[in-house]
Design a protein around this ligand. Structure first.
Ligand code: AMP
Length: 535
């Protein structure tokens, strides 16, 4: 027997309509790429995202078409999130930190018809424009007065692109339709597209808004340091609309001084980002002797948070620290660590030790750990195995790929290795893959190795991540030179710089006679880490 309740679809447009109707005067404050602080409201974001949707439709954008963004966290990016997904197209956020060849691959794979580009990234697009055959129009996210001189022949200013009026009716879509697309780097092969649906996006927004996750409400003022080009800024733009939280957007200025100034002047209560950003903030606050007054809570994830950072935030600055775990494939929120009252009462040292764990899953996410033979492992804090996850906001396959990624019983294998304590709290102990995460961004060791081995003087190469206080990890390249005249370190780095972004380049190159090889002919990276990991 069916229930007798309305089957209103869960749509991204319903979030912005709610925010515009109910929380119309709550503020959205953005540091613009042009410079000044811009103040607007959820009411105005609703109106402008409708105007954008109307403009997209008159350009011929249809349901399911992909529309790309290369942009910072600003009010315009927020309008694009809602305008694009709301009218039925797919909002595809691109990471500008990727190498241009990777960007070309991703835009082409996604078949983006329009690109929305911040002023900062116009030169990036100009440099590869002749390889972006699918892109019909580049909308530069500024007004006519700030339009740059550009070689792009299909460019228009954002403020000119917006339609004149906001009388746009959002279409009633199937809630399982695609809403947003975000590519993730795999250990092997090309980046893979994770395609979020309207339903998964709305359910994730509601799930992360709960008190033990982001604790969102209309009394919150949130500053997402995590970029909107990385897993939809962890869903914060959607959760804020659902709850009427005010948003403060940092634009292009992510240095500790600018962030701290904005946190202070806008009385931000909550902010979220990767550990390396907070290491910078803590150093800045120490230097000036104070953290921003209004900041009550931070959620740090994307990489393991060092205990010293947790202790500084909680002990020195009195800011509640929450540790989150997730991945692009999990929308991203998989687990969050918050303390119970009796745990809060523990001495600081014990408290920060507890907080190094990655936490418990919110309702909507199921987690388990399994042995290599697939058997489920006990939650005893000792047994460790691959972390698997399932739920309505977890990926079930990649964009335009027929490959099977789930287990036979429907779990997504994360590639992370974890233990689960009897209190259901997860601790990530390692990862099965050998990717390196630097400043919140992945560096594919295989990519760097393959490029290094493209140098005629390199016989074999292996890359490992070594711990780095500022960036989390940095790559170290270990090279077996080809017989004859061995190349110098500078020659190898210069060669790598030809196809890798600057931040993907190894910090150092070590020359060895041979690499340790395993039984199946693979380089044993664990041995390399043991030998060079703590240098
Ligand atoms: P991404 O898809 O780029 O967001 O990266 C996801 C990966 O980042 C996960 O599979 C983990 O390996 C790692 N990760 C995310 N959060 C944490 C955390 N709190 N502690 C340790 N590793 C993390």
């Amino acid at each position: 027997m069916r229930g007798r309740m309305m089957e209103t679809p869960l749509l991204v447009s319903s979030l912005i309509e709610h925010a515009g109707r109910v929380h119309a005067s709550r503020e959205i404050v953005a540091r613009t790429v042009e410079g000044p602080i811009h103040r607007t409201t959820w009411g105005a974001v609703r109106s402008r995202s409708r105007r954008l949707a109307k403009a997209l439709r008159s350009h011929g954008i249809a349901e399911g078409d992909r529309v790309g963004t290369i942009a910072w966290n600003t009010h315009r990016h927020l309008e694009i999130y809602y305008g694009v997904s709301g009218m039925g197209a797919v909002c595809h956020t691109l990471n500008p930190r990727l190498h241009p060849t990777q960007l070309v691959y991703i835009v082409t794979h996604a078949q983006d018809r329009i690109l929305f580009v911040d002023l900062t990234f116009v030169p990036l697009v100009e440099a590869v424009a002749d390889q972006l055959g699918c892109v019909e129009k580049v909308v530069i996210m500024t007004d006519a007065a700030h339009m740059p001189v550009t070689s792009l022949t299909n460019a228009v200013a954002y403020e000119d692109f917006l339609a004149g009026s906001d009388d746009f009716e959002w279409p009633i879509l199937d809630e399982t339709a695609a809403a947003a697309l975000c590519y993730t780097s795999g250990t092997t092969g090309n980046p893979k597209g994770v395609l979020y649906s309207h339903r998964s996006t709305v359910l994730h927004a509601l799930g992360v808004s709960t008190p033990d996750v982001f604790g969102m409400s209309r009394s919150v003022s949130v500053l997402p340091i995590v970029p909107m080009f990385h897993v939809c800024a962890w869903g914060l733009p959607y959760a804020a609309a659902a709850t009427g939280a005010a948003m403060v957007m940092p634009g292009p200025k992510l240095d500790p001084e600018s962030l701290s100034e904005l946190l202070d002047s806008e009385r931000v209560t909550f902010c979220a980002g990767v550990p390396s950003v907070f290491l910078g903030l803590v150093a800045h606050w120490r230097a000036r002797g104070l953290a921003p007054g209004g900041l009550r809570m931070v959620l740090i994830g994307g990489a393991a948070s060092p205990r010293s950072l947790i202790a500084a935030l909680e002990g020195e600055f009195g800011i509640e620290f929450r540790h989150g775990w997730g991945m692009t494939e999990t929308s991203p929120l998989g687990s969050v660590n918050t303390l119970l009252p009796e745990e809060r009462a523990l001495p600081a040292e014990e408290r920060s030790q507890l907080l190094t764990r990655q936490g418990i899953p919110p309702y909507g996410v199921e987690l388990q750990i399994v042995a290599p033979d697939g058997t489920t492992l006990p939650r005893d804090g000792v047994a460790f195995g691959e972390l698997q996850v399932r739920g309505p906001w977890i990926v079930d396959g990649y964009f335009e790929s027929d490959e099977q990624h789930l287990t036979a019983d429907g779990w997504f294998p994360t590639g992370d290795v974890a233990t689960i304590d009897p209190d259901a709290c997860v601790r990530i102990t390692d990862r099965t893959k050998d990717l390196i995460k630097s400043g919140g961004e992945w560096i594919s060791s295989i990519d760097v190795e393959n490029t290094a081995m493209g140098h005629p003087g390199v016989a074999m190469a292996a890359v490992i991540g070594i711990p780095d206080e500022k960036w989390g990890e940095r790559p170290l390249l270990i090279v077996v030179p080809a017989p004859g005249a061995p190349p110098t370190k500078d020659e190898i780095l210069e060669h790598l710089a030809g196809s890798l972004a600057k931040w993907q380049l190894p910090d150092d190159v070590i020359f060895v006679e041979a690499l340790p090889m395993g039984a199946t002919g693979k380089v044993q990276k664990r041995k390399l880490r043991e030998e060079y990991g703590s240098r």
